[in-house]
Design a protein around this ligand. Structure first.
Ligand SMILES: Nc1ncnc2c1ncn2[C@@H]1O[C@H](COP(=O)(O)OP(=O)(O)OP(=O)(O)O)[C@@H](O)[C@H]1O
Ligand SMILES: [Mg+2]
Length: 321
């Protein structure tokens, strides 16, 4: 049956680089969902969307945004997904009055669980960044309890072949979150997701990124060396457990990097009694980082759309923020 026969479409929830996401209601059950409408105009693009759909249908976990159904019309796909109205992780954090290492643990535990689950399915996400972590609802709507976090954005995801834990991939993804083996163009595996989680973890605690340059080549050089600092001002009040975890996630040699299994079992991840001291400075800086990120995102989306209109074949390779 066609999508339009089965669902009533409501308001727009968000705009992606190649898609529009709307709220929709199942006409029969009256249950609300989100539908992502993705246009395609070439066979290559259609195959890529099919690949994403195949991967997503395999996944069923409380911290992974669920894809329920998909429909193909002559020029677009409709992806019916679970509704997650809390915005992305950083959008939510900056609206909170308080943020502590204990809250960071709640966030990271959910992310580690999601990554552990997809890695168990031999799936490498390749694009973990704050924009792909969306929340079911806003913390403020629930007495500041941290909402369920859902890993989304599976456009670059790859399934590892049975015979190998490594694949060759072009350099794609948001530069800030790329692992050394990506920027040095080596084969990659699940370890790239651990590195991206480490970047998010670091930003959560410090409120600025660990590796930074406005010049892409320079940034890649810094990432390849994997050198980062933990200045006292932000880090002296952070537990040794968190610092040790970050160190084990930021191993330049991917063979030395901690795995998702070890992350979910780590003492820090399992420690429910971390400091609840409010990190007011972190929230203020995070607000500034978030504002810049939003601006960058808006500019990239416009560029991606323009490229898509000018040259649909090449647009895909440059679109990721
Ligand atoms: N399940 C959902 N529930 C509510 N809002 C959603 C949902 N999925 C996406 N959105 C909103 O739509 C916006 C665009 O979605 P998304 O980023 O997934 O699309 P995209 O950019 O085309 O895909 P991708 O990021 O995987 O390349 C998001 O920023 C978010 O605001
Ligand atoms: Mg997007």
């Amino acid at each position: 049956m066609e999508f339009v026969c089965q669902y009533d479409v409501r308001e727009i929830l968000g705009q992606g680089s190649f898609s529009e996401v709307k709220r929709c209601i199942d006409k029969r059950t009256r249950q609300a969902f989100a539908v992502k409408e993705i246009a395609y105009d070439t066979a290559k693009r259609r195959d890529k969307i099919e690949q994403e759909i195949k991967i997503r249908h395999e996944l069923n976990h409380r911290n992974v945004l669920k894809l329920y159904h998909h429909y193909r019309a002559f020029d677009k796909y409709y992806l019916v997904m679970e509704l997650a109205c809390g915005g992305d992780l950083f959008e939510d954090l900056v609206t909170r009055n308080a943020f502590s290492e204990s809250t960071a643990r709640e966030v990271m535990l959910q992310l580690f669980n999601a990554v552990h689950y997809i890695h168990g399915h031999r799936i490498v996400h390749r694009n973990i960044r704050p924009e792909t972590l969306i929340l079911s609802w806003r913390s403020a709507e629930n007495n500041n309890h941290f909402p369920p976090l859902k890993l989304s954005g599976f456009r670059l995801a790859k399934k590892l072949p049975e015979h190998s834990d490594l694949i060759n991939c072009p350099v794609k993804g948001s530069p800030l979150y790329l692992a050394p083996e990506i920027v040095t163009k080596q084969p990659i595996g699940r370890e790239v997701d651990i590195w991206a989680c480490a970047v998010i973890f670091y930003i959560l605690l410090a409120s600025y990124p660990p590796f930074w340059s406005t010049n892409r080549g320079e940034l890649f050089g810094i990432i390849a060396r994997g050198k980062y600092n933990l200045p006292d001002q932000q880090w002296k009040s952070i537990s040794d457990g968190a610092k040790k975890l970050i160190k084990n996630m930021f191993m330049v040699d991917r063979n030395d990097r901690i795995t998702a299994t070890d992350l979910v079992e780590d003492v820090w991840t399992q420690n429910g009694k971390l400091s609840i001291t409010n990190r007011k400075g972190t929230l203020e800086h995070l607000n500034a980082f978030n504002a810049k990120r939003k601006l960058r995102g808006a500019v990239y989306t416009i560029f991606a759309m323009k490229r898509m209109m000018d040259n649909p074949e090449s647009a895909e390779s440059n679109a990721v923020k």
